[in-house]
Design a protein around this ligand. Structure first.
Ligand code: MG
Length: 371
């Protein structure tokens, strides 16, 4: 409870876990998971974990996140009460501009400790869960589509029914061919989503997206550059398929502006963009008030950040579009958790143990340590 424990130690572990296969996105290729893991220890021997999972073309770098935690956010925590999460996060915002991934790691480790101290899972600490499982979306992003088709067959056999095609890294005809092939094979048994990761030129985006509509996508994500906000709003107004903003909406300020200009029909929530679960819930609240839907997105993450994301998406009141916490199960060659991240039959199970509710494998932390 309040005042019963203080933070006595802080460590940052930089980790690289290789991918099973390179994934291509409109904004570049990614061949593994590069993260900074935050470990907080209390004087009573509890350990709280958090993860910063930056993507250099999107949010920041591992080096930047590690430096933010070690030099700027960490020193103030030693001797502090971990339960005062809001106080520590407000201080973090006063000390350091940006660095949302480092702040997400910090908040997660504090909530992990708080949950263990009071005996509640993080989802309950931030308002309480609305669901125990979340439908999983897998991102189809292999430049070799035949390999993707084999992977998709295995995923469908596993119970996955949502696929997000990463587009815009090859040409438009390649994207249309893949959609046509998937509808031929799977008809309407799958929810297909399309993510350009900013890969379409603004001048041609409406025409390209109208071509996709024949294949009945559930939504089209971030067609244009993150700063091309007027173009994104114009696309949202022009096409019938729902448009989702990812790179263009990080935080409550951008969400409020985005709601006002009807930037998109859906916002992708990510703790690495907002700087933690509580801020992502603020984005969700603004979206809900504006009649904008939300979705559980992620970066290239281990099971630690995925668990935090699962607690976030469990606490969102309305969730129809699922989440994409598939990295340790289907993308990375390994994970940092002792038990596999809980994905079964196309559903992510929200952890129920106190705090983050997952256990970190220290052998793996050492195995994949980079510096
Ligand atoms: Mg995206």
């Amino acid at each position: 409870m309040l005042g019963t424990q203080t933070i006595s130690d802080l460590s940052v572990h930089c980790v690289h876990i290789p991918a099973k296969a390179v994934h291509s996105h409109g904004s570049g290729d990614v061949a593994g998971i590069n993260v900074a893991i935050l470990e907080l220890t209390t004087d009573a021997g509890l350990t709280g974990w958090g993860e910063a999972s930056p993507w250099p073309v999107f949010t920041g770098t591992v080096d930047g996140a590690a430096a933010a935690l070690n030099a700027h956010l960490g020193p103030h925590l030693i001797g502090a009460d971990p339960v005062l999460v809001g106080h520590h996060m407000a201080l973090a915002d006063r000390l350091l501009v940006g660095h949302p991934e480092a702040k997400a790691a910090l908040e997660c480790a504090l909530l992990d400790l708080t949950g263990q101290i009071v005996g509640l899972p993080i989802a309950e600490l931030v308002g309480g869960r609305h669901r125990d499982t979340i439908p999983l979306s897998f991102s189809v992003a292999n430049p070799d589509f035949d390999t993707d088709l084999a992977d998709i067959a295995a995923l469908v056999a596993d119970g996955v029914r949502i696929l997000k095609l990463k587009t815009g890294f090859n040409d438009h005809a390649f994207d249309l061919m893949r959609l046509q092939k998937l509808r031929e094979i799977y008809d309407d048994t799958l929810s297909l989503r399309i993510d350009y990761n900013q890969g379409l030129p603004a001048y041609d985006a409406v025409r390209c997206i109208r071509d996709l509509e024949a294949f009945r996508p559930t939504f089209v994500e971030q067609p244009v550059k993150m700063h091309e906000r007027a173009a994104l709003a114009a696309i949202t107004a022009a096409v019938d398929v729902p448009i989702m903003a990812d790179e263009s909406v990080f935080n409550p300020v951008q969400a409020l502006e985005g709601a006002g200009m009807r930037l998109a029909d859906i916002f992708s929530l990510k703790i690495m963009k907002s700087g933690g679960i509580r801020r992502a819930l603020e984005v969700a609240t603004i979206a809900r008030a504006a009649g904008i839907d939300v979705y559980g997105g992620c970066m290239f993450e281990t099971g630690i950040a995925h668990a935090a994301g699962a607690h976030l998406m469990a606490a969102v009141p309305d969730l129809k579009l699922g989440c994409e916490f598939y990295m340790p199960t289907y993308y990375a060659a390994d994970d940092l958790l002792r038990e596999p991240f809980p994905v079964r039959a196309g559903l992510v199970t929200v952890p129920t143990d106190p705090g983050l509710g997952v256990k970190v494998d220290r052998t793996k932390l050492e195995k994949y340590r980079t510096a």
